[in-house]
Each structure stands twice: as structure tokens, then as C-alpha cells.
Design a protein around this ligand. Structure first.
Ligand SMILES: [Zn+2]
Ligand SMILES: [Zn+2]
Length: 503
């Protein structure tokens, strides 16, 4: 399975053996001293640059192999690309027919792509925008992602030279189950074609095991970690290997949580990020349909439609095996009090006309268009979320009585200046969410408006009276430790006064 070296020579910087498996590789990184080496015929030359890849939680490694479209392949090189909200790996894949490709590895989402000559003219970078339809190779593709990224490190052998100053303008496009990447780094755009893939589909061998991954990354993958906010000292919870960015609940600072300690990206001036009455908190764990989910982050959102402001709350969920999902909690004024359990789609719906979307043979009708706005945010996320971020949303409702798709299911298309994402939400009752996360349903009735007009409690369900030995009573509107301590302190004061008066 592993590729036999075609070429070997000592590293001109340290003398360690360097082997290249592909005749197409004109560049390599020494595995010992990390020097960048360019290959000219049979000679290797050090470029003077060095780079080391960030040891992350990817199960992939150089030398791992698999099968794709009846061909064996080996991973022979890797570049790490960083952008504003995170980073991803591109693995250089060598096939047994000597052709090569790229396995894109973005926090657990994979796509196998090969560079193929375009048979039709490609669009310019400037003409692309998320959600814009672009014909690619005779298919109606849609721009899913458009961004500028910087190559921060390389490993193994590559078909072109890289260094840290290298930036790439890239766009990903989707056409149902197909995946395209357009790379605008050179004068002429380059087309890569392929499919989103699961590692199981690729029958991968020689993957890194869990212990090696955890040892190299320094923390346990998938485990919830409590890190200290470097700005205010508050506790920030993040899941190792899943979320590069977190927002401190206390001060609203944006933090990089990929390392052993949290690093400040941007200072926050959010006086109090936490919202009273939010039903779930980062770190809460609940079991839905037999799968255990941990809440990673909370986003309070709003939208204006027909002169009215609507508010709701989205929770990012994580499971080590199943990845990320969302739970969407309706606002107090919503017509429907059902929550939605939401999954991003790798297979995009077809849009036979602007008011209709079709997914897996089910038809959905456009029911709403609005711009959502992030009002408050805290916890950790797989991209950088900022207060004030807006997203153009289109919601499609499933037709009544569609077999195989629950009534109330919603398809949502969300578009920002960088990307477009499709997701499917399936309704879930408030009681089911409460039961899954072990919460009291009464808390829902105490949700308060976002403007912080707290204090009014609609029911006294939870009110507790503490009678203090005939000296009066204290209403404690929440059966919390605070109320209990306040009651005990008052009791103590009254006891001292009473004793003093008797004296
Ligand atoms: Zn070397
Ligand atoms: Zn903080």
C-alpha cells in the first residue's frame, strides 16, 4: 500500500535521508530538521525556510493509505492553511497510477479532489459569492465557501513550493453530491473536482490511533476542558480538537483554544455575556435519540420581519463520533414552541425554482426570508462568532403529510459574505429537550426578555417562603443557594438582635 520511494538524497541542511515517492514532487520538507527543500533533477536545495505543522487531532498521517474509485493511494505530503476563523489540512495524495490528488481535512469533514483540466472557462474570483450559482463542467454548482487563506506549514512532499508568505484565494462549490475547489493562487484559476467523503468510505489504513493523537496534541480529543480566560480569568469550556475558537461568557473576549492554554484573539467588552433564562449552558450534557450531546456554545439571535423583532437561541452540540449539531430554541413570542434539532447537509438540496427546495425526494416550500443577527454569544465554536454578525436566511417548510419527513421539519439556507450552508431541522418538543438534559420544564416559563428587564417572575411556582421563628418571612423567588444563604444570614442577625434585646 505504501508508496515506494522514487528518489532519495540526504537533506542538504542536516544530512538526514529524504525520500520522494512521486516524480511530480518538486518540493519537500525534511522530516528531521523541517527545512524546506526544492528539488531540481537529482539535487535537493534548502530554501532557507523551515516549518512545522501544528500537531492537531486529525487521524491522518503521512504514509497512511486507502482506496478511492478502485485505486489505492498513499498520503505523501500535507499543507496547513489558516484563515480568519480557523485552519484546515490539505493532504497530498499519491495514487497507484502515479496520478495525485488532495484529501481536504477540515475538523473532521473530508473531501477527495483531483486537479483536472477544465473543459469550460472558469469564473473569476471576483465574480464568485456564496450562494451564487456557477456552471462548472456542465453541472449547476453553487458557491459554498470563498476565502483567502495562508499556508502556515508544510510536511512531506508537494508538487509545488510553499512558504509561509504564500496566500491562496480559494472557493469551494457544491453540486448535489459533487465538490469542486477553484484555486486562484496562480495567474490562471485551477479546478479540482471530487466528492465529500467519509474516512470509512476510503478504507483507510495506518491511521493514527486515539492514544497517539491525544499524546501529540497534548489533550484528550473530544473531552470538555475548562480553560481560564486570559482577559478576565473566567472559566471557558471548550472541547479539545473540535473548536478552535471560544467566547468568554463573562467578558465576551474571543479566544484561541487550540493549545494547552487559551490565547486572547480579541478583547471583549461584553459586560455580561450570559443571558438569564437561557435553557441550556455550555457543558450541559443530554441524550437525544440514544446519542450523548455536549453543549459547546450558545448564540442568542434576533431577526426583524414585518416590523417585529423575533428572538431565539441556538446551541452548538458535540458528540465525539457524530460531530456537530445544533439545537434551536424558539423565542417566547414564537407561534410554535417546538425546538429544532439541526444538522448541516453535505448533500445540498436542489432548487427547481426560488420558492422550492428538494431534498432526498422530499419537497419543501419557501416560508420565510430574514437576516439573523448575533445578539450575544458565549462558549466555543468551530468558527469565530461575533456579536453583530448577520446572516441572510431562507427557511423552507416541508409539505404537510410528506411521508418519511416529520411535520414541522425545516430546511434552512444561510448565507454570509464567506459561505453558504444548508441544514435540516427536525422538530423536538420542549419537554423532550428538558427530559434529555435533565432540566425542569418550569424554567421555560421564566424566560425573560433580552433587554435585561429581569426581576418579574410570572409564577410563584418556585417561590419559597422561609418562616423565621415568628419574626417575619422572606420570599425567595428562586430556590437557589443565594436565597438559602440570605435566609440563614437574616436568621442569624435576628437571633443576635433578639438575644441582645432580651439582655
Ligand atoms: Zn534536514
Ligand atoms: Zn473573559
Amino acid at each position: 500500500m505504501s508508496a515506494r520511494p522514487l528518489f532519495h538524497a540526504p537533506c542538504p541542511a542536516c544530512g538526514a535521508p529524504v525520500e520522494l515517492a512521486s516524480s511530480a514532487s518538486s518540493f519537500a520538507v525534511c522530516g528531521y530538521c523541517h527545512s524546506h527543500l526544492s528539488r531540481d533533477g537529482d539535487a535537493l536545495q534548502a530554501t532557507g525556510h523551515k516549518s512545522e505543522v501544528l500537531e492537531d487531532y486529525s487521524p491522518l498521517q503521512l504514509g497512511a493509505g486507502g482506496r478511492w474509485h478502485q485505486r489505492s493511494f498513499t498520503l505523501v505530503g500535507r499543507i496547513q492553511m489558516r484563515y480568519d476563523g480557523g485552519y484546515w489540512n490539505e493532504w497530498h495524495v499519491l495514487f497507484d497510477d502515479a496520478s495525485f490528488g488532495w484529501l481536504s481535512d477540515a475538523s473532521g469533514q473530508f473531501a477527495m479532489l483531483q486537479r483536472l483540466p477544465a473543459t469550460q472557462p472558469l469564473p473569476t474570483y471576483a465574480s464568485l459569492a456564496p450562494g451564487v450559482p456557477v456552471p462548472v463542467e456542465g453541472l449547476a454548482a453553487v458557491v459554498a465557501d470563498k476565502r483567502e487563506a495562508r499556508c502556515v506549514a508544510a510536511q512531506g512532499e508537494l508538487p509545488f513550493p510553499v512558504d509561509e508568505r504564500w496566500t491562496a484565494q480559494v472557493a469551494d462549490l457544491r453540486a448535489r453530491g459533487r465538490f469542486f475547489t477553484l484555486d486562484y493562487s496562480d495567474a490562471e484559476p485551477v479546478l479540482y473536482q471530487g466528492h465529500p467523503v467519509l474516512l470509512e468510505q476510503l478504507q483507510m489504513q495506518l491511521l493514527r490511533d486515539e492514544q497517539t493523537i491525544n499524546e501529540s496534541a497534548g489533550r484528550l480529543k473530544g473531552k470538555l476542558q475548562a480553560l481560564a480566560c486570559p482577559h478576565c480569568g473566567g472559566t471557558v469550556k471548550a472541547v479539545a480538537g473540535t473548536t478552535p475558537v471560544a467566547t468568554c461568557a463573562s467578558c465576551g473576549s474571543t479566544l484561541d483554544v487550540q493549545g494547552r492554554t487559551a490565547q486572547l484573539i480579541a478583547e471583549g467588552h461584553q459586560a455580561r455575556a450570559r443571558l438569564q433564562g437561557v435553557f441550556l449552558e455550555a457543558g450541559d450534557v443530554g441524550v437525544l435519540k440514544g446519542v450523548s450531546w455536549t453543549v459547546l456554545g450558545v448564540i442568542a439571535q434576533s431577526a426583524r420581519s414585518d416590523g417585529e423583532t423575533y428572538r431565539w437561541t441556538d446551541y452548538l452540540l458535540f458528540n465525539a463520533k457524530h460531530g456537530l449539531r445544533w439545537l434551536s430554541q424558539p423565542g417566547d413570542d414564537a407561534d410554535d414552541d417546538a425546538w429544532l434539532f439541526v444538522e448541516s447537509l453535505d448533500e445540498w438540496p436542489a432548487r427547481p425554482d426560488p420558492r422550492r427546495a428538494e431534498l432526498r425526494g422530499h419537497s419543501f416550500q419557501l416560508k420565510d426570508r430574514y437576516d439573523s443577527r448575533v445578539e450575544r454569544v458565549w462558549g466555543s465554536f468551530n468558527w469565530t462568532v461575533r456579536v453583530g454578525d448577520t446572516t441572510a436566511c431562507e427557511e423552507f417548510a416541508v409539505r404537510r403529510g410528506t411521508p418519511g419527513m416529520p411535520q414541522g421539519s425545516v430546511l434552512t439556507c444561510e448565507t454570509t459574505s464567506h459561505e453558504q450552508v444548508w441544514s435540516l431541522g427536525v422538530p423536538l418538543s420542549h419537554a423532550a429537550v428538558a427530559a434529555a438534559f435533565g432540566k425542569k420544564t418550569a424554567a421555560a416559563r421564566q424566560r425573560r426578555p433580552l433587554d435585561g428587564n429581569a426581576g418579574r417572575v410570572e409564577s410563584l411556582d418556585n417561590a419559597m417562603t422561609l418562616s423565621l421563628f415568628g419574626h417575619g418571612f422572606l420570599w425567595v423567588t428562586h430556590p437557589s443557594m443565594f436565597g438559602l444563604l440570605l435566609g440563614l444570614a437574616t436568621l442569624g442577625v435576628l437571633w443576635v438582635v433578639k438575644t441582645a434585646m432580651k439582655g
